[in-house]
Design a protein. Structure first.
Lengths: 405, 405
């Protein structure tokens, strides 16, 4: 058998998680495996014993029994922002109410203030260390939302920062326009004007830079009708749809996401059985965010129930300065297992293939010929060590598009 | 002012946590601070503006606003062992009972088997990566217990491994003899013979290598009377006392620890208000282990209640292959805040000064002249970021006895 010229060969992988069901089971595990990449793509996977011997690779790695998994796909983040809210976190942990926090100048509007004050360069400089930490911890693709500008210029600057960081780092970033995060501070008594701004001038500027439109559909943010209108405007501009739904209470957002055929419905903490059945039928991916429940001391998402309802499940960090300053998918995998009832296999799948589906990406999340060579060599013999050792700093080498990071 | 010759000067520390109450508050924070070490000791702390200008240091670090905290003291670990139990963890997460796990060859006796099969060199090689990970994550002193041998030779080999790792790594390890972890597998129907073995030949060999004696005092392990006898024998050999108590149920161990004047009472999950009052009166330190509750999905220790009872509180990893494969104190600090109700300040104190007190060490856990220069420069402006960013990989530089690790 002759392969395309190989740029990277990894052999003696103790456990190769392919997510390709042709190899059996949910994760398609091959033991004592090898993988070959050419350029940015996988060209061969199989047992080390069957590795084509004419493979003349530039780089050869002997994994010496370590596990290899697909690169993590973090499908829900707000990782581009300025400032931090550590004091607010400490207040909340000491029992302060949301009203106390607002009175002390905290809450989402404090991040909006800091982000508005930042230049594009400030925003990039503040965010690159987070993105770098994500990458070295194994995340090879991440979605990032706007939504801390809430005015046309700052929303644009956030999207420009996301695009700029995508250009200057190896990670792939997927930009989402979230002008409808909360109502802009200048519009508190004129919310319909803010909705018009989002659907009109803001969207017009944002659409060329964004891949998705997102709305925080909740009693504390935007109504079902407002969400419907904003989503429709976004689709008219060519954006696909993801929605924050049913996080704080059941306001009907999950059902709306299913009705609209959204790519993903995120949070879904309070979705009913009927809501989940509708998601499953619509093929909308549920993105679970157990890091938020951890940091907010709230009930974790019931991953078991969502998975068993037949919904396609992704898990993500929700990295943001207010409710979950979480950067690594390995911690989220641990939380998904320990607090949300997924098995280690399901949690890994949800962090890789599930994340890719939640972003509508069909070229990653699976290690099979033709797919992107995005993968992680773990400092462990099995992916199960990710949840078994929740602070184990497991990634050993991260490979993005066939190149060692 | 003239200082002893300085070997290390760190200036422009945004927030120096000294744990020295003369600087105010629980943590004795000095802002825009500097610290000077000579050899392995701190010789000066104060504001950067007052840094003696005749300080002629070999190494100068500008912290550029980063926070500096005392090195973490992890007062309860079982970090020296062979093998792992990732499969058992996955079974438990999928709902398997303890009986199922035993039937599949899991449980503590599987670690005993693996540890008995290991040579001294195997044991050292398997454990050094864990100890190294602890060190680079900011732990500068750790207690390590025997207790996976349960026979004279293997218990001795575990203590020899602890001493060897202490010698070959910069971290300080404190060895504890825990022959009374559970009854040895050969003695299941002859438990009094096992107690005699522990108190007799095993202790005789172990005492010269160990600093403490420990007993797992619980319905599933050793009774109050057995614990009393073993502790007494240990004291006669010059060992101080720490006890595993009231972890699985209230069997009276916390009260016994107070009565015996143990240095520490560990777990104390089920201690009553009276038990805690007795600990406070005795000056016995409570070592809380929230990583166990996390990994076992059990109720977390009520740190708020223990602290408010006036007990001196430490927090520790309990690093072990069965119930908490946790290596970093930053994760434990996060858990102590988020799940056990300590404030970020209290959790940091418990991870540093509290840990030192739990090990009877008066030369560390505080950054003041004369104390060991064990400290961590954080990649953050405040120690509060440790719990705010639970997977933030915060340590930037670790300094052990005045030297950069």
């Amino acid at each position: 058998m002759t392969l395309a010229p190989a740029s990277l060969v990894i052999s003696h992988i103790g456990e190769l998680v392919t997510n390709d069901p042709t190899h059996g089971g949910l994760l398609g595990v091959i033991e004592d495996a090898a993988i070959v990449a050419s350029g940015d793509r996988v060209v061969w996977v199989g047992p080390t014993s069957e590795l084509p011997d004419d493979t003349d690779a530039i780089q050869r790695i002997d994994a010496a029994g370590a596990a290899v998994v697909p690169g993590f796909v973090d499908a829900h983040t707000h990782a581009v922002f300025a400032g931090d809210r550590a004091d607010e976190f400490a207040m909340r942990m000491a029992g302060a109410s949301y009203e106390d926090i607002l009175a002390s100048g905290g809450g989402i509007y404090s991040t909006v203030r800091a982000t508005r004050e930042a230049t594009l360069q400030d925003l990039v400089s503040a965010s690159v260390p987070r993105i770098d930490h994500m990458l070295v911890s194994g995340t090879t693709t991440a979605e990032v939302k706007s939504g801390y500008g809430l005015d046309v210029e700052t929303e644009m600057q956030m999207l420009e920062a996301i695009v700029a960081i995508d250009d200057i780092t190896p990670i792939d970033l997927v930009p989402t326009f979230l002008g409808a995060h909360v109502v802009g501070p200048e519009y508190k008594d004129r919310r319909s004007e803010y909705v018009d701004l989002v659907m009109g001038p803001m969207l017009e500027r944002a659409a060329p830079l964004a891949r998705f439109i997102d709305v925080f559909c909740d009693d504390a943010a935007f109504t079902i009708d407002e969400t419907r209108a904003i989503v429709s405007a976004g689709r008219n501009r060519g954006l696909d749809v993801r929605l924050h739904v049913d996080q704080l209470s059941r306001s009907g957002g999950t059902a709306l996401a299913a009705e609209l055929g959204a790519t993903s419905a995120d949070h879904v903490d309070h979705a009913s059985d009927e809501d989940l059945a509708a998601l499953a039928l619509a093929g909308t991916v549920a993105v679970l965010l157990p890091g938020v429940s951890y940091a907010m001391r709230s009930a974790p998402p019931d991953g078991r129930k969502v998975w068993d309802a037949g919904v396609t499940v992704a898990i993500a960090t929700d990295c943001n300065p207010g409710t979950a300053y979480v950067e690594t998918m390995s911690f989220v995998i641990s939380l998904a297992v320990v607090t949300s009832g997924l098995t280690p296999d399901e949690a890994l799948w949800a962090a890789t293939k599930g994340g890719a589906l939640a972003l509508g990406l069909t070229d990653r999340g699976v290690l099979a010929p033709g797919m992107l060579a995005d993968m992680v060599i773990l400092d462990a013999p099995s992916h199960r060590h990710i949840s078994y050792r929740p602070d184990g700093a497991l990634p050993l080498e991260v490979i993005k598009r066939g190149s060692l990071v």
